[in-house]
Every structure is written in C-alpha cells, then in structure tokens.
Write a protein that binds this ligand. Sequence first.
Ligand code: ATP
Length: 210
Amino acid sequence: MAKLSAVFGGTFDPVHRGHVESLRALLDTGTVDEAIVIPALQPVHRNGVQVSGTHRLAMLRLAYANDDRVKISDIELSKRRPSYTVWTLRALKHAEPTKHFCFVVGSDWSADIDHWYRVWEFPSLTHLIVMNRPGSRNSVLAHKYFSQASNAKDLRRKHSGLRFDFSGPELDLSSTAVRERLAQSDSGPWLSNAIPSEVYDYIKTNNLYQ
Ligand code: ATP
C-alpha cells in the first residue's frame, strides 16, 4: 500500500506541545508513516509573527530532534516572499508523485478553508486530516472539496481528495498563549508543560518573545 506523508504547515511561533503531541499521535497510531513540518515565511511583526524564520526553524528542529519520522522543511522559508500552500503541495507531489500526502490542520484552521488560495486544487494533490483542537468545532466547509474517509486505511487506498477527522491528544495550547506567558517572564510549570525544554532553553538563550 502507498506510503502516507503528513504535511504540517503553520507559523510555529513558537512550536508547542500541542503541535508536537498531535503529530506524534498521528504517527504512533500508524495513521501516517512520516511527516514534513513546514514553517511559513512571514515577515516579522506582520501578520503577528514575532520571530524570524531562522529561529522558528531552529526551534522546530529541537522539538522534533528525537523523531526520525519527522522532517523539518525550509521549502517556504527559503523563498523570498510568502508562498501559497498549493504551490508547496504541487512541489512535494512533483518530487514524489507516487506518495500520498495528507495536509494536516487543526480544526480551527479548517474553518478558514474557503479562503485558501486555489483550494479547489487541493483534492487533486492531497488528502486532508483535521485534528480536533479544544475550543474549535470542525467546520463543514471542507466537505465541499473533500469526501469523508470512513477510516484511516482509505487514505492509503485512494491517491488524494479524502478528509479524515483525527481525535488526537486535544491539548489546549496555542503559540499565542505561550508568547503571552513568555512576555510576562513566566518560568513556572505551565510553560514547562507547554513547550519542550530544549525549545524553552533556546528561547531564553536568544532572548526571544520578551
Ligand atoms: P497562534 O496562537 O500564533 O495562532 P497556533 O498555536 O495556532 O498559533 P500555528 O503555527 O498557527 O499554531 O498552527 C499550525 C497548525 O497546528 C495549525 O493547523 C493549527 O490548527 C495546528 N495546531 C495548533 N495548536 C494545536 C493544538 N493544540 N492541537 C492541535 N492542532 C494544533
């Protein structure tokens, strides 16, 4: 059966355990075989991104250092200007045409799907995995573009175009909440639970999010 590769994009400003544990659950349950994590290129202090792509990439590498199923990609950061997801998906598909890709989003993101650039092209390039995120409800909008998979095995049988809802660890964490705590110089248990210790040390060493 075909190999399944999760494509996990975001700003990761910074990466937190909600990202790490959700992706790990997808891999540990065998829902996917491997994952590519792709931080988006966004200018610092515009669109809410607070630190450079170089720092966000470095923190992701630390967060996933012990998991060789996960590759961190600079495919978007290496471009001069912000890129559309559909371009990234096309490039991945072009490089590995036989692989089945699963674009992974939290349930908050799927609510926005109608506004994505050339969203109608997505089903020919990828499946969609929607991970439950506390406080947000799954949107029905994605059903316009993707057909519901009845189980995870369908993602291997069909090349693309299916939507699969995944109930992961449902950690109530966001980068926004992490940034707020860091700005308040919080160093208590909430932060050490929210981000991997290597990421916390990196943030402190580089004086980020103050
Ligand atoms: P911010 O608070 O800055 O908006 P964020 O925590 O939502 O950031 P992103 O980098 O925007 O993090 O998210 C990347 C992807 O991870 C998105 O698809 C998002 O829905 C998903 N995600 C983020 N946090 C969680 C979580 N706690 N559980 C599951 N998915 C999550």
